[in-house]
Design a protein around this ligand. Structure first.
Ligand SMILES: Nc1ncnc2c1ncn2[C@@H]1O[C@H](COP(=O)(O)OP(=O)(O)OP(=O)(O)O)[C@@H](O)[C@H]1O
Ligand SMILES: [Mg+2]
Length: 419
């Protein structure tokens, strides 16, 4: 019988903690066998603000997933988010060491190390990912895997994602306190991208926007590789609070109204559609046109799109890409719970002037009904990321950030005495 590995994704989001258990076969195909969620109360804008509540939510979500999958979870891939995340692009250059000029794994690793040293973050920051985007052999770029090729000079362009050490340590501490080992930290939009994007999207150029409860995380791919990441501190929670203030209704009621009747564009609401709104401190509910609710949501949805558009400007300037250039030809893929707002894709397409679609988890089999919502993109993507790390070549594995995370683990050991 073919050997299978069990890999687990743990997404500690601002609104929910979610665990997805996948069985991965030798070809790297993922079969989801368990899912567990629990409300998250100890997170703000993607970072831990309450260790105890977050630890409890992790335990609950893991327990539920264990029951469904019938397995004991020991180690997890954990998603990272929050405004503290920074990213930069760095270049490494080395001379090929072998006499016959055939490039070996050692040359590639030295080259990536050179890029890492060039972008060495300050004492307070840790590298979360060091992702090679492009290898250049003797001036020829676009090389995906240079091992085995002949050349004198090897260069690499990398995308480096860093985070504040203490913020990452707090996240790891919660996971460790829930008696779980951390396989790897994975940036939220990178994980979500694994679940909702296709290789063609990445090749054509695509903007992945995971709009959750407290954050909007962006991952921008050009020419196949991730070249820009940013986490913006705004999400569905802001929409709910606008509704609560605008309609003078409790937050819980505002959330219900948003899920049942909300839309990102007021024009989605038909004339004469009515909704019932509970008043604060008053028993008698009001009847209002649905359009009023949508008119409250639309400016916030537009604000989120404005923030994304500003980031796109930065990317275009950095990579000298014209706004009419087709390099982001696959457009924007929206995921995360807020992507479920009807009309958000249409609003995004108009505002960002590019094609837009909503992406939900794909590329897996198993209990797909249980994970078939954009809410699960990150957790499913973590399992896919893990599966890819297990099946890809040793060269690629050496450069996927595991080494750097190892250092953070040692650092954590120093700080917390091992847990
Ligand atoms: N059907 C829906 N329509 C509109 N919004 C929705 C819908 N379902 C969920 N949401 C919103 O999605 C948000 C939660 O999304 P998600 O689960 O992706 O967030 P999270 O991962 O917990 O948070 P973050 O990624 O920001 O840390 C909430 O604000 C919720 O109100
Ligand atoms: Mg999320």
């Amino acid at each position: 019988m073919a050997k299978k590995r069990t890999l687990v994704g743990l997404d500690i989001g601002t609104t929910k903690v979610c665990t997805v258990v996948g069985e991965v076969d030798e070809d790297g195909d993922v079969h989801v066998v368990g899912v567990g969620s629990a409300p998250s109360r100890g997170m703000r804008k993607g970072v831990v603000v309450d260790l105890d509540s977050t630890t409890r939510a992790i335990e609950e979500a893991v327990d539920r997933a264990e029951r469904m999958a019938g397995v004991k979870i020991q180690s997890v891939y954990v998603a990272v988010s929050g405004e503290h995340i920074g990213s930069a692009n760095s270049r490494g250059v080395v001379a090929v060491s072998r006499g016959d000029r055939e490039i070996g794994e050692g040359d590639v690793n030295r080259c990536i190390e050179a890029a890492r040293i060039a972008a060495l973050p300050s004492q307070e920051r840790e590298i979360v990912h060091l992702l090679p985007r492009n290898f250049i052999v003797d001036g020829q770029d676009g090389v995906r895997n240079p091992v085995g090729m002949y050349g004198n000079r090897l260069e690499v362009e990398t995308h480096i994602v860093t985070g504040t050490s203490t913020v990452l340590a707090n996240l790891l501490k919660c996971v460790q306190r829930a008696n779980l080992e951390v396989e790897e930290l994975v940036l939220e939009p990178l994980a979500s991208g694994e679940a909702v994007l296709t290789p063609a999207d990445r090749e054509l150029g695509v903007v992945l926007a995971d709009i959750g409860g407290g954050t909007t995380s962006l991952g921008i791919y050009l020419g196949g590789g991730l070249c820009y990441t940013a986490i913006l501190p705004v999400g569905g929670h802001h929409v709910t609070s606008d509704i609560a203030v605008g309609l003078r209704t409790p937050m819980a009621e505002a959330e219900k109204l948003k899920l049942r009747h909300g839309a990102a564009m007021a024009s989605v609401a038909a004339e004469g559609e009515l909704i019932e709104v509970v008043n604060i401190g008053d028993r008698q509910p009001r009847i209002l046109p649905r359009r009023i609710l949508c008119e409250i949501i639309e400016p916030r949805a537009r604000e989120i799109m404005d923030l994304i558009r500003n980031q796109l400007r930065l990317v275009r300037a950095q990579f000298r890409v014209g706004s009419s250039s087709p390099v982001m030809a696959a457009g924007v893929v929206l995921t995360g719970g807020t992507a479920l707002l009807p009309g958000l894709d249409e609003l995004a397409a108009g505002h960002l002037e590019m094609p837009a679609r909503v992406g939900q988890p794909d590329h897996v089999s198993g209990v797909v009904d249980a994970i078939g919502s954009p809410i699960y993109s990150t957790a499913v993507g973590l399992v896919l990321h893990g599966a890819r790390a297990h099946t890809k070549s040793r060269v690629a594995r050496a450069s996927n950030g595991v080494g750097m995370f190892g250092r953070l683990r040692i650092w954590l050991g120093d700080l917390f005495g091992g847990g």
